[in-house]
Design a protein around this ligand. Sequence first.
Ligand code: SF4
Ligand code: SF4
Length: 348
Amino acid sequence: MEKIRLGKTEMMVTKLGFGSIPIQRVSEDEAIAVINRCLELGINFLDTANGYTTSEERIGKAINGQHEGLILATKSLDRTHAGIKSHLKLSLERLGVDFIDLYQFHNVSDTETLKKVLAPDGLLTVAEEAKREGLVKHIGITSHQIDVAKEAVKSDRFETIMFPLNFLTYEGTDELLSLARQHDVGFIAMKPLAGGMIDDATVAIKYLLQFPNVVLIPGIERVPEIEEIAQIVEGPWEITAAEKRKMEQIKQELGTRFCRRCDYCQPCQAGIPISDVMSFSNLVKRLPPVRLYTGKFAAAFEKAIDCTECGECEERCPYNLPIRDMMKEHIRRHEAGRKEYEAQLASR
Ligand code: SF4
Ligand code: SF4
């Protein structure tokens, strides 16, 4: 698989990396099978985070101490010196390695937090000290906010930037990509499939392959998904006229008001799996009714009516989605769909 130089880190990273948010949603055996398949396919870049619950531990179990040839990236959302230190220690333990190749400040999406990271005795000093001690090889940052991401790149204090990039959310990103090139900051594209909202992997991945020095890290839940994407990466990269039309069609259908399933809105004080509820309009196109109206999704919607409207989730959503209003809309649609499904069952 083709490798690219990840900016000033000088690390040679496969163009296709592995995003590990979705392996939290499957069983441990399934998660390990997905990671092993990625390694068999030649992927050498695995990205995880302290905040992705079981993800680091599952990667640790899959690689079983075999760090050689692999580039492991993780991150911390903590905003205190002691918290980052303790997250780093935990990441090393969970991954079962002596050092992290790329340690990232996770979701720095407002100016105040960036200032806190960059201040003379700021949070960055913790990662820099870890780098001197050999616990961390390189330092990066992740953001969902374009102006903050640009400032981070211009600061010349980070070796990589991770930012959402896909044909739905491209606006403004060309300037960030060009700044990253000028400052030799490695660019890692998160959300290549817009958090699962783009269900045509071919057009989504081919679109990103046109950016020469960008690593893409689709979040992968199941083996066939990574096999399909790896095949697209290995295949012809030119985008056909029909694929261009498909992209336009998807853009028009989705607009900008959709959930990327990043789960940054969590924790919800009422225990609501917000992204499951918020993804209903997309899932309804892909899943059979039995999956939507029984089991996990039915339980998510039952839970959703416990929403206290506290609004905390909306403060945390990097896409400023009106979660409470959108959930109400989805609850209504789910309820209507469920009734229809039950009526169909009863008439058989
Ligand atoms: S507004 Fe509702 S969904 Fe959001 S955090 Fe509060 S209880 Fe949870
Ligand atoms: S509601 Fe916002 S924060 Fe929550 S999963 Fe969706 S996009 Fe992410």
